[in-house]
Ligand binder design. Structure first.
Ligand code: SF4
Length: 226
């Protein structure tokens, strides 16, 4: 139970399975997902594959925070490649697309394709992602990309569970504050950093300072992730 008064439901993976590969974008988004899976006795491993995150300093901050929380709960963590050149090559021509548009579809496709491949090669029948918990994201878009990736590999299913339900969004914030996670302030790629800074300057705010803000008692918002 949390301060929303909503109890977590006992989760069950599709097809009666109990082994999951969780693509994680960051600690704030995956904190609630991880605690919900642990509470449901689901056997899972974290797969961190996010070559979209730019610059490297921000990538390392997000990844290290996620590793720390995984270690705290003894959850296996797969630190996949930082294929940043490949990501930029795929984003060519989409530099000025808005968030939730075709560049984001490419970005989810790239990350979920690799997640599904790893799952296929390493005996994980079910995959899902923490990306869907953020209210900044288009949940349908994420699920479509996840299902498309899983469809390329026999025996792999993308789990479309809505992590925002039944107090999930609120618990995500509670956990981020309790753990004092690093607070990212833009989605992740160089273009989202550029656009968020542009918006901030137009609205009388300072540019983003990477590595500056952490969740704490004084507040914090839903991660603008990734
Ligand atoms: S805005 Fe976010 S989801 Fe979209 S391409 Fe950039 S990092 Fe990926």
């Amino acid at each position: 139970m949390d301060n929303t008064g909503l109890k977590r439901e006992k989760l069950e993976l599709p097809n009666g399975e109990n082994k999951l590969l969780l693509h994680s974008c960051c600690a704030p988004c995956s904190g609630e997902v991880m605690e919900a899976l642990i509470a449901s006795d689901i056997d899972f491993t974290i797969y961190f594959y996010n070559p979209n995150i730019h610059p490297r300093k921000e990538y390392d901050l997000r990844k290290d925070e996620n590793i720390k929380f995984a270690e705290k709960h003894n959850i296996p963590f797969v630190d996949a490649d930082y294929d940043v050149d490949d990501w930029f090559a795929r984003a060519k021509g989409m530099e000025h697309e808005p968030e939730r548009g075709i560049r984001c579809t490419m970005c989810f496709d790239m990350r979920f394709e690799r997640t599904a491949l790893y799952a296929y090669e390493n005996g994980f029948p079910i995959i899902t992602s923490s990306l869907g918990i953020s209210r900044w994201k288009n949940f349908e878009q994420i699920n479509d990309c996840g299902i498309r990736a899983a469809d390329h590999y026999p025996g792999i299913t993308y789990w479309t569970y809505n992590w925002r339900k039944k107090g999930g969004s609120s618990r995500m914030l509670d956990i981020s504050k309790r753990e004092q996670f690093y607070m990212q302030e833009y989605c992740g790629c160089a273009y989202s950093l550029r656009d968020t800074n542009h918006w901030r300057l137009q609205n009388g705010r300072e540019r983003i300072e990477i590595g500056k803000n952490y969740y704490g008692d004084e507040g914090g918002t839903t991660p603008a992730c990734s």
